[in-house]
Design a protein around this ligand. Structure first.
Ligand code: ADP
Ligand code: MG
Length: 727
């Protein structure tokens, strides 16, 4: 029996008894939340008052932690972790592997006399030395110089990860080379958080002198697919690439629109409860779960947090999803486009800025027209995005997102901002110097007894915009589901910090020239608004008209990943990151190298696997079935049914011609791959895109035709209907 058939059998047999039984009776999620986090409460309990205060102050103000405090924190952290049953600790960091990295060390040591003890000190807490040579570094360091450091990031709380057999204390850390260059995604994010604070505080002080800190908030929404584990194992493409490289569309896909918000299938529901419990314990404040648009597609979202913690939590969530799914005999697909013709997955990044006085700078309240501080931050965002839209596009470019952007289910590869009608009216008035009185709130009358009247929102929503304003935040919707959000958020913070710095300089100059502060701000904002208006688009982002219109406006449309990534290397980008102290030129080049090499490698792997699956699985199944037909033709002829035999020959010919086309395209793809491989990576990536990847679809068309011609039970790969509807 083929692995596909045995998987199908296994699912039918075990479906019923796979109930996950929760033993928690009195379940208060708020009590579980943060139980495995060395957060403020635990720190207070396990540290002496001085050390506690000193650590909390460092977390709040960014002040460096002295050695003595680090020693106290280490002891407290170890005691706390051991009380909860942890035996090991690790620096938990985020190199360019797409995953988190950890190397476990135990608290257990032998002292000088050979006696076993449990030990953990400040030095070990602060710094560890993993071998740096095996992590992607984009040419930042020479291979023979292996030394690299992970350094504790006190701004993100340590936590305990639990698996069936043990618990490990995880200490969030940055990862830098021997020379101090960043080799991870967290370091630049932290720097961008500093940059936005430094730039935003002086601008806030035009309005409120009490503001001393501004931080970026992030609330992500994670979309993912779930698939049965045994079917996953029967699909080498899902296993190695996270997406299906073959597969004829299922007769029923998402055309009935019956999955979104529908009741969650029980097996998936159980899985959700299980992973949510783990997440809550580790401090990830998950609040939302629902079915997404495509069959077997789901979403979860937490309450928003400070950007650094939120980014850590999203990385952690992706690990947890993967781990817990296996426990339930399921697999999670985080790829941006696992199935052709079915909606892909994104990760909306809800981003806002908040002061230490508690004001959300993107919240204009009921009367945004009269909130000049809101308008200041809003209009400066328009300008930042307008000036650096290529870089924002580059920050979300990867192989997976290339399938999704512009595919009529996700925003196009053109960056624009949706403001909504109300805010647009405010902006139009502002430009003309009109200041209308506050409008009363609009109530939506519902013509039904007992059903309450509801307050109408100020803005409608727009699902087709890559960067809509959603009332009190911007929602960067174009981010792919599989990525570490640190990169797009670093870019967002940086371009905003840069713009706010420019703004402050202009206002100071106007004031020095004798203008009143408010007048200076209004006039400057008017200018900025006019300069950046072309980034606003409130229509249907999926339409062809928008593509034409955007081109007319001169907005960049970067369709492919290699094209988008080039913008990391422009003088504009190098200057931006250097000015704001985020990346040196060498660091930036290393990112580009890493991203472009990842692109080449992934397309290369897909190409090789397409060849392998077609040649070793699809072709043999077709030949076998074809022989069966040929045998039948002979038999029909032998009893004189020649017309029937002729009919069957037509089917055989169809199979043959598809096999021929498939194999010929594979040969051509291989040739192109060999050629693309000989060029340096910048050119090579574009060639992989233009010349190699184009064969993927051609080969697939023939293979998918064959799937419709060959008898069902001989088809080797689980079919779309099984992947999408069996759970
Ligand atoms: P929807 O799918 O309707 O956009 P969700 O509830 O799925 O809404 O997700 C909204 C996300 O936005 C959540 O992660 C939420 O915490 C986040 N969010 C809400 N307010 C803010 C804010 N001021 N800043 C950043 N994120 C926010
Ligand atoms: Mg959303």
């Amino acid at each position: 029996m083929s692995i596909r058939l045995s998987s199908l059998q296994k699912i039918s047999e075990t479906r019923e008894d796979r109930r996950f039984v929760s033993n928690v009776k009195d379940k208060h999620l708020s009590k579980m939340y943060g139980e495995y986090v060395f957060g403020e409460e635990a720190i207070k309990k396990y540290l002496m008052r001085d050390a506690y205060e000193s650590l909390m102050k460092s977390i709040e103000t960014g002040e460096k932690i002295d050695e003595r405090t680090a020693d106290f924190v280490a002891v407290g952290m170890k005691n706390w972790a051991m009380d909860l049953g942890a035996t090991h600790y690790t620096h938990w960091f985020q190199p360019f592997t797409g995953k988190t990295a950890e190397k476990h060390d135990s608290f257990f040591r032998l002292d000088k006399k050979g006696n076993p003890i449990e030990n953990f000190d400040g030095k070990t807490l602060v710094k560890q030395e993993p071998d740096g040579s095996s992590f992607p570094n984009g040419g930042l360091r020479e291979t023979h110089r292996a030394r690299a450091y992970t350094v504790w990031d006190p701004s993100s709380f340590a936590f305990i990860q639990e698996t069936a057999y043990g618990k490990v204390l995880c200490i969030p850390a940055i990862f830098i080379s021997f020379e101090g260059d960043s080799m991870d995604l967290k370091t630049p994010l932290l720097k961008s958080i500093n940059a936005i604070n430094k730039a935003a505080v002086p601008v806030c002080q035009f309005f409120d002198e009490k503001v001393t800190r501004v931080h970026a908030n992030l609330g992500w929404e994670q979309e993912y697919f779930v698939v049965d584990g045994s079917l996953f194992n029967a699909r080498p493409d899902l296993m190695l690439c996270g997406r299906t490289l073959f597969g004829n569309a299922s007769a029923r896909g998402q055309q009935l629109d019956d999955h979104y918000f529908a009741s969650i299938p029980e097996r998936v529901h159980d899985f959700m409860i299980d992973f949510e419990d783990d997440c809550l314990m580790m401090g990830i404040p998950l609040t939302t779960r629902h079915n997404e648009v495509a069959p077997t597609q789901f979403e979860c979202a937490p309450h928003f947090e400070a950007a650094n913690t939120a980014a850590d939590h999203n990385q952690l969530l992706m690990d947890v999803l993967d781990r817990i799914a296996k426990r339930h005999g399921l697999r999670v697909l985080l790829h941006e486009k696992p199935y052709k013709g079915i909606n892909g997955s994104g990760k909306h990044n809800n981003w806002s800025l908040q002061t230490d006085t508690g004001k959300n700078l993107f919240d204009g309240g009921d009367d945004p027209a009269h909130d000049l501080q809101f308008l200041t931050f809003f209009i400066n965002t328009l300008k930042a995005v307008k000036d650096h839209s290529e870089l924002l596009r580059a920050s979300i470019a990867n192989t997976g997102n290339e399938h999704r952007l512009g595919a009529n289910e996700a925003p196009p590869a053109i960056i624009s901002i949706f403001t909504g009608d109300d805010i647009q009216e405010v902006l139009n008035d502002f430009k003309q110097g009109i200041l209308k009185d506050k409008e009363g709130e609009t109530l939506l009358e519902i013509d039904l007894e007992k059903v309450a009247r509801i307050k109408k929102d100020k803005t409608d929503r727009n699902r087709t915009s890559p960067f809509p304003f959603t009332g009190n935040r911007f929602e960067f919707r174009a981010v792919g589901s599989s990525v570490n959000v640190s990169n797009p958020i670093t870019v967002l913070n940086t371009i905003m910090a840069d713009q706010l710095n420019n703004f402050k300089i202009s206002i100071d100059k106007r004031i020095a020239d004798g203008q009143e502060t408010e007048q200076a701000i209004r006039e400057e904002l008017k200018l900025i608004l006019i300069e950046s208006e072309s980034i606003i688009f409130n229509g249907d982002g999926y339409s062809q008209e928008w593509v034409t219109e955007a081109e007319k406006r001169g907005l960049p449309h970067l369709r492919s990943t290699p094209e988008a990534l080039q913008h990391y290397l422009s003088d504009k980008t190098i200057g931006l990151f250097a000015r704001n102290n985020i990346y040196s030129e060498a660091e930036l080049k290393s990112r580009f190298n890493i991203f472009i090499e990842e692109y080449i490698n992934k397309i290369d792997i897909e190409s090789r696997l397409i060849d392998e699956i077609a040649t070793t699985e699809i072709l043999p199944a077709c030949v076998k079935y074809q022989n069966k037909l040929i045998e039948n033709v002979k038999n029909l002829s032998s009893i004189g049914l020649t017309d029937e035999a002729e009919n069957l020959k037509v089917l055989i010919a169809k199979i043959s011609s598809n096999i021929k086309a498939m194999m010929a395209d594979i040969d051509k793809m291989k040739e192109e791959r060999t050629t693309a491989h000989t060029f340096e990576h910048k050119i090579s990536a574009q060639m992989y895109h233009d010349n190699v990847k184009v064969y993927f679809d051609k080969i697939r068309v023939s293979a998918d035709n064959l799937e419709m011609l060959v008898e069902d039970k001989s088809w080797p790969l689980p079919k779309y209907r099984e992947l999408l509807f069996l759970h």
